[in-house]
Design a protein. Structure first.
Lengths: 182, 875
């Protein structure tokens, strides 16, 4: 019996020393160390920008329409040459996601024709106040200094949008309005 | 298209054509096209350019169908396939023909046409306001490819900014020309056109100008794609997010049906009624119910910042906000006290012409049963109230079943009752019926379809109608007199008499009750009714008026019955000044609306012992109230309206009343109950309605199905695009019409002593007689507070006959200065054949300014060429 005990303790101790050595460990020193997420992870939403800083979202409300838990609310407004927010004629003036309602299904990401809303790797969703769970546009918009684009951005399974088509179509935000003058 | 099934010109049986659609035998009438019969039979043929209310253009080719025709050599043999597919919208049906709407060839055609239409299409649905109700989106799903083969660069146009209300995005246009035909045919304004050729083909307005007619907003719904969209609604919301509420317009007595689209207690847009197409309620498909711009863009006035949504009670010199119940109590106490001190006849109840029939009914019941007076009226702002009463109680015409001829007497019908005028014109246009216009002003809206037009000077119309009645009876002398009045030769009079005399199944006499502030109505109304009565049973009389419920309120007793001595709402000021009226209960009525001497009216209101107002806004009038009761707006209550044709229609509440406001019927019932009556215990408008109908038409047997629905609405919510989980009650638009029952009072014979035409007035050379009317786009208590009132209310203009214009040296759209008495107005000059020679017509100054003239004033007009000068003068 003692031999069995020693065997068992040996396995446990062996694992303990191996992990203490830092090799093959599956737990992490969270929150100091954060786990890398796979590209398809559906974490907290992010609203993306183009490289020129313009927002991708055109406020079409398709994400809101498809959302099964009615978590998205938005109000659109029109871009003007003085205030160019997005790369289309319209942008989302108010864009809110109620994270307590959201079930992280990813439909919004899939429905988005502009690849504007993507679900990032962030899984930290603890907040102090209920109202903080209503993510505002500023909470989700990628800050320019964070760089642009993520793994999701050009996912061929999600969208027909490619870096090439992006440049061609959206390089000039008023592309739709130039051409033959009649 | 108006229903003509009971029209005498169609002979059932004789004109029938039997043919086959997808193997099923169907029956159509000779001359009908494949698409109309198919639509009636429930077979859908996709189409863009075809529209039931417009002429056929046949340019989109999406309605291509395969047909087989009987073998001429051997009719019993197998039908022969036609060499090519044909367009269903233009191909008339023929006996024995086989139409295949779902064959492989038809499908291939539809598929190919969709690809052509999409070749240059930007496909920017995410930023397109049509998204969600777009015929191109739907057809792409139903008939199109799933992918594009177009690799070349797409054609792009610059974006014009021609119109303040309509956004034009030419890249999305599919060149169906529906908008062009709508403006030409329905709006009667040749303002849009197709420009350039080939690939450069585009849609636009002449001279890049705006589409400035009162129906222009309808091109938004008519356009099957997102080329023409609404500017006020631009990017405000997606259509599938909005809650739809079926309702009716409150702006004029045409009785247009509408849908209000709301979300979170805000009105986003108002459109013609949405109908169910392919499982969703939409308005973009083939709507035939056109609405005017005031109804479409002006209905959001209840969101104005002036809105008082809390009741107020006067304490000292201020109106302190308080509870609704407290205000009711104060109102009841004040009214009861006034009755005790001065007797019931010192109290008056005035009702807005936009009040519902239920409210009018309760106001009448309140005045008679609780106060004990006949002092109740809706005609506060109606000039010539007695003539209007006579006209309305003698109205017996409607457009159901159409007409064979129509006589229009004096006036700007299209700006008085826009959608009713459009229905009259549509019928005359489609079926080629003669329109006769008589009087000092002919509506240019009908000019294209009206060959018989007879001008006379203002004030001479009554005499002319009397002579006409005699001339139709064969009185040659009256004919000569008529020729003199109209200043035409005898042949024209003969032509007129011939049309009037002809055998008609149904003919109408339309009279405009807004003409010249009612100055001549006392003569003209009896003259018109007498003319109708002398012409026989086929002729019907149909007066039109702008006030929305002018036809409903007299029916339900919102008028004094003791005509003559007694209360006259038009003389409110005089009666207050003489001390006869001491206390007033005003239900949504604006005493200032039409009153020429505003300070005098305000002084009179100040001198009232007790003044209760139930209203929406803070205004000069409501600030003078002793008790202000916050009223629910037309979006927040339900009720019934009666239109010029005698049909009932319902407004439904899109939202609950804002703040502490309540519907007016609740307020009246509440005050009555507090004063001590037990006959006002209503819980819903339906109860009032039932009691009202029992009083109104005790033996009415028809159904009120549509009216008694709690309000057909269709609330597929934000998460329900396309209404897959639609909780909509089935709503049949036909139910809105009270089955066969028109609410008309049986008018008595009217004796009209034939007048000799009055002698022409002498007008100094270079001066003119001024005629005026009412314009729904003019100043209005409610319209002034619409969010885009500045775009809806058009600047003052005058219409000048081409003869006078030539003398004046004025051209269309020149600037001018009109001098009436001591006043001068900067105006835009429009050269139109509307006013008689020597007459200048000016609609927008109607009411306040012109109400003081009992006869047409003599005015002068000076042409100022440069529009800049006009602008400066206007400010
Ligand atoms: S992930 Fe799903 S539930 Fe969450 S916002 Fe997107 S669509 Fe809605
Ligand atoms: S995030 Fe995408 S789907 Fe949502 S409104 Fe913006 S563009 Fe449309
Ligand atoms: S018109 Fe229709 S198909 Fe074209 S962009 Fe707009 S919604 Fe899309
Ligand atoms: S603007 Fe619209 S209605 Fe007019 S032609 Fe183009 S697609 Fe047709
Ligand atoms: S609908 Fe027939 S050609 Fe357009």
């Amino acid at each position: 019996m003692l031999i069995e005990f020693m065997k068992g303790a040996g396995v446990a101790l062996g694992h303990m020393f191996r992990y203490l050595g830092g090799k093959g460990s599956v737990t992490l020193e969270y929150p100091e160390v954060k786990r890398e997420q796979p590209a398809f992870f559906r974490g907290r939403h992010r609203l993306q920008r183009y490289e020129n800083g313009l927002e991708r979202c055109v406020g079409c409300a398709l994400c809101a329409a498809v959302c099964p838990s009615e978590a998205i609310y938005l109000e659109a407004a029109e871009n003007t040459p003085e205030k160019q927010v997005s790369a289309g004629e319209r942008y989302a003036e108010v864009y809110q996601i109620h994270l307590l309602r959201c079930i992280f299904c990813g439909f919004c990401e899939e429905a988005c024709p502009e690849n504007a809303i993507v679900m990032g790797p962030n899984y930290e969703l603890a907040m102090d106040k209920r109202t903080d769970f209503i993510a505002q546009k500023s909470d989700m918009l990628d800050a320019p200094e964070k760089g642009f684009g993520t793994a999701h951005q050009y996912d061929p399974y999600i969208s027909h949008i490619t870096p090439e088509s992006d440049k061609e179509a959206k390089g000039d935000p008023w592309a739709n309005k130039t051409g033959t003058d009649h | 298209m108006p229903d003509q099934s009971n029209h005498p010109a169609l002979r059932p049986g004789k004109d029938e054509v039997k043919f086959f659609i997808n193997g099923r035998e169907v029956v159509g009438k000779k001359g009908e096209t494949i698409i109309t019969v198919a639509a009636r039979e429930g077979v859908y043929v996709p189409h863009y350019c075809w529209h039931p209310a417009l002429s056929v253009a046949g340019n989109c080719r999406l309605c291509l169908v395969e047909i087989h025709t009987p073998n001429p050599k051997d009719p019993t043999a197998k039908p022969l396939p036609a060499p090519k597919p044909v367009i269903g919208c233009q191909t008339p049906i023929s006996p024995g023909m086989h139409v295949y709407t779902e064959s492989a060839l038809t499908k291939d055609c539809q598929n190919g046409m969709m690809e052509f239409l999409l070749a240059n299409h930007p496909l920017d649905c995410p930023v397109c306001d049509r998204g969600g109700e777009c015929m191109l989106q739907r057809y792409s799903m139903d008939y199109g490819h799933g992918h594009a083969r177009m690799v070349d660069k797409k054609r792009k146009f610059l974006k014009p900014s021609a119109d303040p209300l309509i956004d034009i995005e030419r890249n999305r246009c599919i060149m169906c020309t529906r908008c062009v035909r709508f403006n030409d045919e329905v709006a009667g304004d040749h303002v849009m056109g197709v420009f350039d050729r080939g690939e450069g083909n585009y849609i636009g307005t002449f001279g890049q100008g705006p589409i400035s007619n009162i129906f222009s907003g309808n091109v938004i719904d008519i356009c099957p794609v997102g080329c023409l969209t609404s500017k006020p609604f631009r990017f405000k919301a997606r259509v599938w997010e909005l809650l739809q509420t079926q309702s009716t317009s409150i702006w004029d007595a045409s009785g247009a049906k509408v849908t209000h689209w709301t979300r979170n207690g805000k009105l986003y847009r108002t459109t013609p009624p949405s109908r169910k197409y392919h499982g969703t309620y939409t308005v973009n498909e083939d709507t035939e119910e056109f609405i005017d711009n005031v109804t479409r863009f002006g209905s959001d006035f209840s969101f104005h910042e002036d809105r008082w949504d809390e009741s107020r009670v006067r304490v000292g010199s201020t109106l302190l906000p308080g509870a609704y119940s407290e205000a009711l109590k104060q109102a009841a106490v004040g009214l009861a006290k006034a009755k005790l001190n001065h007797g019931p006849d010192a109290l008056a109840v005035v009702v807005s012409p936009r009040a519902t029939m239920e409210e009018g009914f309760l106001a009448g019941k309140f005045a008679r049963n609780v106060i004990g007076t006949e002092n109740v009226d809706w005609r506060l702002n109606v000039s010539a109230p007695d003539a209007v009463h006579t006209a309305i109680t003698h109205a017996d015409g409607d457009l159901e079943g159409g007409f064979d001829a129509v006589v229009l007497i004096n006036g700007d019908f299209v700006h008085t009752t826009p959608t009713f005028a459009s229905r009259v014109k549509e019928h005359a246009r489609i079926f080629g019926r003669p329109i006769i216009q008589i009087g000092h002003y002919h509506d240019p809206y009908f000019a294209q379809h009206s060959k018989l037009r007879f001008h006379c000077a203002p004030g001479e119309t009554a005499g002319a109608l009397a002579s006409l009645a005699k001339a139709v009876k064969g009185d040659a002398q009256a004919g000569n007199l008529l020729a003199k009045t109209f200043n035409v030769n005898a042949e024209r009079i003969e032509a007129l008499v011939a049309v009037m005399k002809a055998e008609h199944g149904r003919a109408l006499i339309l009279q405009n009750l807004q003409d010249m502030g009612g100055n001549y109505l006392a003569d003209e109304v009896p003259a018109a009714i007498a003319l109708k009565q002398s012409l026989g049973a086929a002729w019907r009389y149909l007066p039109v008026i702008t006030d929305r419920n002018a036809f409903g309120l007299p029916l339900v007793g919102a008028e004094p019955t003791n005509k003559g001595e007694g209360f006259a709402a038009g003389k409110l000021v005089e009666q207050i000044e003489s001390g006869r009226i001491r206390a007033v209960l005003a239900i949504g009525a604006d005493p200032l609306a039409n009153y020429p001497d505003q300070p005098r009216m305000l002084r009179a209101l100040d001198s009232l012992e007790f003044f209760v107002v139930s209203d929406l806004f803070a205004s000069e009038v409501t600030k003078r109230a002793h008790v202000f009761i916050a009223a629910a707006s037309h979006l927040e209550k339900s009720g019934t309206y009666c239109d010029v044709e005698g049909n009932l229609a319902r407004i439904n509440d899109a939202d609950p009343p804002r703040g502490g406001s309540r519907a007016d019927w609740e307020t009246i019932a509440g005050i009555a109950t507090l004063i001590g009556s037990d006959k006002f215990a209503y819980k819903a408008t339906e109860e009032v309605f039932r009691e009202m109908i029992k009083t109104l038409a005790p033996d009415f047997q028809g159904s009120f199905k549509g009216l008694l629905l709690p309000g057909p609405r269709n609330d597929f919510s934000i998460a329900d695009p396309g209404g897959a989980r639609n909780r909509t009650p089935q709503y049949n638009p036909g139910d809105y019409r009270v089955d066969g029952a028109h609410f008309r009072s049986a008018g008595n014979e009217v004796e009209f002593a034939a007048k000799t035409p009055r002698a022409p007035r002498s007008v100094p050379a270079g001066q003119y007689l001024l005629a005026w009317g009412r314009h729904v786009q003019g100043a209005d208590y409610h319209l002034d507070r619409a969010s885009i009132a500045n775009l809806l209310q058009i600047p003052p203009y005058v219409e000048v006959n081409p003869v006078d214009a030539e003398k004046l040296g004025a051209e269309h759209l020149d600037g001018g200065v009109l001098t009436v008495g001591e006043q001068s107005y900067a105006v835009e000059i429009r050269v139109k054949a509307g006013p008689a020679p020597g007459v200048i017509y000016m609609p927008l100054l109607a009411g306040r300014v012109l109400a003081r003239y009992a006869d047409a004033p003599i005015v002068s007009l000076e042409v100022v060429d440069s529009p800049a000068t006009t602008e400066a003068a206007a400010h």
